[in-house]
Design a protein around this ligand. Structure first.
Ligand code: RB5
Length: 152
């Protein structure tokens, strides 16, 4: 799968771990930074991840910050991005199956690398079910996005 990967300084170490892991598993990874542990602003990188997904340059995106909260708030501002902060495997697969989450956010100061890898694996395996009730709810989410869209 083609996956875009980004982080702020809080997620830098975990991004390196995940990058290596994903490539080992045969995925194609687009790294949008940051690439040092120097302090940066998470919205700059969440935007790059979310845009790559919404433009179809990547099928999925993973965005890491210290808590994962700022990453998800920022990524969800980009139309077409559906970011979910998942620190457990249930949310990771259900978020895709029911809500079609296309950007996974993780907090590198909250979970360790082994759990992060399990969550990523579970999330990548999951597919949106397209069940009528989930499609209806997703359509309502998309309608909200359209209703409140501000021209750039
Ligand atoms: C950066 O110190 C920290 O605020 C950021 O990584 C993230 O946790 C924001 O939600």
């Amino acid at each position: 799968m083609r996956i875009v990967l980004g982080c702020d300084h809080g997620g830098f170490d975990l991004k390196r771990t995940l990058h290596h892991y994903l490539e080992q598993k045969g995925h194609s990874v687009i790294n949008v930074g940051c690439d040092t542990a120097d302090a940066v602003d998470y919205p700059d990188f969440a935007e790059k991840v979310a845009l790559a997904v919404s433009r179809g340059e990547a099928e999925r995106g993973i965005m890491l910050c210290g808590s994962g909260v700022g990453a998800s708030v920022a990524a969800n501002k980009v139309p077409g991005a559906r970011a979910g902060l998942c620190h457990d495997t249930f949310s990771a697969h259900q978020g895709v199956e029911d809500d079609d989450v296309n950007v996974l956010c993780l907090g590198a100061r909250v979970i360790g690398p082994n759990l992060a890898i399990e969550i990523v694996e579970t999330w990548l395996r999951a597919r949106f079910t397209k069940a009528e009730r989930h499609q209806r709810r997703l359509d309502k989410v998309l309608a909200l996005e359209k209703k409140y869209k501000v021209a750039p």
